[in-house]
Design a protein around this ligand. Structure first.
Ligand code: GDP
Ligand code: IMO
Ligand code: MG
Length: 424
């Protein structure tokens, strides 16, 4: 006690890394419970930039226990690269533990991610090509390789032969690709297993015991609500449950442990990858937000699509995550835009208006955003540290946003550094 969850409320990259880093400074334990290295979380401390993909952001605090739960999919090669990178920058990884139940991203998952995207032609999802979907497919097919297997060479060798033969058949006979040399894969992954063996421990037990002994726990969300496999813009989603409820399944704790749920949003909206985006700005304002906000993917470097804040989306997130409060980042990016807009509802093709995000893309199709307009601001807000210091137009924007989504805003980001935050 207490146990906080931080989740993304839009399509990812809301600045969760920064908020998690700030809250981690007050946490004893930080837990990742879903997704993989498709995530890219940026933390900036005094000009030092850290881009974390799989390792919980709490790693930057030397005494914080960092846990990777059963619901995560772990690419050992990439993970070891991240470990080495942190160690070379003087960050210790000795307090890091990985659940033996977590599934391993194998090289064929990455190949199949690319092949199935190509097979979809123009209807590709725009995945990060990190093998995330194919790894979760094997998990649910019950033929996946887990972290326990990775660190037990005999088990690993046997599983690579069984599952690898099938994967090679699919790659060569369905897609016309090249087969993997399974002996070479076994040799390579056995080495990764040796390197990771000392990190393996039961995350469910560690989290439960930390909670019982009164420690403060923070569950670090990756991806976001509209990328959730059920409550996002299916099929343009990821293959896990980034919602607050996904935390319990993905780390092996009961829902009664959770005491506070914080949603993170940007003061506008971005999306990387394909799929619908009702408030997208395909104009100079959109370009300006992209350039001023540095909206280029942390994981893939792709330019992010940009648009106005969509209260319909964040209202949906408030509901499906049970949010207690919101952190709104990047308000500073909206400076020097004459008129700001917030989408308050959608007008459907039959002329009716809805405040709820449609359940399926067929119903979202043809919906037009209904906007409310706000006078912009020109002041540099990057040094503001309390709400009263903000220009009047910023205060109006945030106050109305709170009303529209039905949730209080407890933090406002005014710059990328961990110090550039207004807490209320
Ligand atoms: P995450 O995936 O949700 O952790 O977000 P990313 O790290 O992928 O992308 C957010 C980007 O915005 C990063 O480059 C952050 O350094 C930056 N950022 C976060 N909060 C703020 C803010 O309040 N203002 C500005 N200007 N940048 C921010
Ligand atoms: P963080 O944690 C933004 C998107 C991809 C693609 C879709 C499916 O940094 O917010 P996948 O590789 O998961 O199968 O791709 O999901 N996506 C993200 N977009 N931020 C992320 O993570 C994302 N993780 C996946 O761009 O549209
Ligand atoms: Mg990101």
């Amino acid at each position: 006690m207490p146990a906080n969850i931080v989740v993304g409320t839009q399509w990812g990259d809301e600045g969760k890394g920064k908020i998690i880093d700030i809250i981690s400074s007050r946490a004893d334990v930080v837990v990742r419970s879903q997704g993989g290295n498709n995530a890219g979380h940026t933390v900036v401390n005094n000009g030092e930039v850290y881009k974390l993909h799989l390792i919980p952001s709490g790693i930057l605090y030397k005494d914080t226990l960092c846990l990777i739960g059963a619901g995560v999919v772990l690419d050992p090669k990439d993970f070891i690269g991240e470990l080495d990178n942190l160690e070379s920058r003087g960050i210790s990884t000795k307090n890091l533990k990985i659940d033996p139940r977590a599934h391993v991203v194998m090289p064929w998952h990455i190949t199949l991610d690319g092949l199935s995207e190509a097979f979809r032609g123009g209807k590709d999802i725009g995945t990060t090509k990190r093998g995330i979907g194919p790894t979760y497919m094997d998990k649910y097919e019950r033929c996946g390789i887990r972290v326990y297997d990775l660190v037990h060479p005999d088990v690993l060798a046997e599983k690579i032969q069984t599952t690898g033969k099938l994967k090679n058949k699919i790659i060569t006979e369905v897609y016309g690709g090249n087969a993997f040399d399974l002996d070479a894969v076994t040799a390579e992954y056995t080495e990764y297993g040796k390197r990771l063996a000392s990190y393996v421990d039961d995350v469910s037990v560690l989290t439960f015991e930390a909670d019982k002994s009164g420690k403060t726990i923070m569950f670090e969300g990756a991806q976001a609500t509209l990328l959730d496999i059920d409550f996002g813009t299916y099929p343009y989603v990821t293959s896990s449950h980034p919602l607050s409820a996904g935390v319990c399944i993905g780390s092996g704790v009961g829902p009664k442990m959770i005491t506070n749920i914080i949603g993170v949003a940007k003061a506008y909206t971005t999306r990387v990858g394909k799929g619908p985006f009702p408030t997208e700005l395909d104009d100079e304002t959109g370009d300006k937000i992209r350039n001023v906000g540095g909206e280029f993917g942390t994981t893939t470097g792709r330019p992010r699509r940009t648009g106005w804040f969509d209260a319909v989306i964040v209202r949906h997130s408030v509901r499906v995550n049970g949010l207690d409060s919101l952190a709104i980042n990047k308000l500073d990016t909206l400076a020097n835009i004459d008129t700001l807009k917030i989408c308050v509802a959608y007008k459907k093709p039959d002329g009716s208006v809805t405040e709820h995000f449609p359940a399926v893309l067929e119903e979202l199709d043809g919906c037009e955003p209904v906007y409310e307009e706000f006078e912009g601001f020109t002041e540099d807000i990057s040094q503001c540290r309390n709400f009263d210091e903000l220009p009047k137009n910023c205060k109006k924007y945030i106050t109305r946003l709170e009303e529209l989504v039905g949730c209080k805003v407890s933090m406002i980001g005014v710059g990328p550094d961990r110090s550039q935050i207004i807490e209320r």
